[in-house]
Design a protein. Structure first.
Length: 151
């Protein structure tokens, strides 16, 4: 199953993330996960949101440079070597990882690794053939990591 990730390209300066979060909040779009990286004076804000196509429109209309891309949200065991099994499979098949983020769903049980790869169709077939499950956008947006913890 395919999920979506938004990449927002911005200058590396104060207020850029606030501009993104403000536009999404006003549109009542929920951010489910984010990563931010910079190089020199530029940065990329990667977002997993509950309404990716609407978010792309909202952010574009707010004057931002946005790219909506297909990603795979792979369920993996939350135990030593859980991610390695996936990585070794992708490596053996010559699949390059362009971008990724991960988080735990249930401690010592399940995690999700969201991955942007260079051969998404091949990877999707390969994952299914090797017993990996993937989440679509709706399922990815509905998960609640650490729901069992008291804060």
């Amino acid at each position: 199953m395919i999920a979506y990730q938004l990449s927002v390209f911005a200058e590396d300066k104060p207020g850029q993330l606030a501009h993104v979060t403000g536009a999404l909040a006003k549109a009542e779009i929920s951010i489910r996960a984010t990563t931010i990286s910079t190089a020199g004076s530029s940065g990329v804000i990667n977002l997993i949101v509950d309404e990716p196509k609407h978010a792309e429109k909202v952010l574009t209309e707010a004057g931002m440079t946005v790219h909506l891309k297909n990603v795979l949200a792979v369920l993996i065991p939350d135990k030593p070597g859980g991610l390695n099994k996936l990585m070794q499979l992708l490596y053996r098949e010559g699949i390059n990882i362009n971008n990724a983020c991960g988080f735990v769903l249930e401690c010592s049980e399940k995690a999700v690794f969201v991955v942007d790869v260079d051969q998404i169709e091949k990877t999707e077939i390969l994952l299914e053939k090797n017993g990996f499950k993937t989440l679509d956008t709706e399922a990815l947006s509905a998960i609640e990591p650490f729901h069992y913890m008291k804060y």
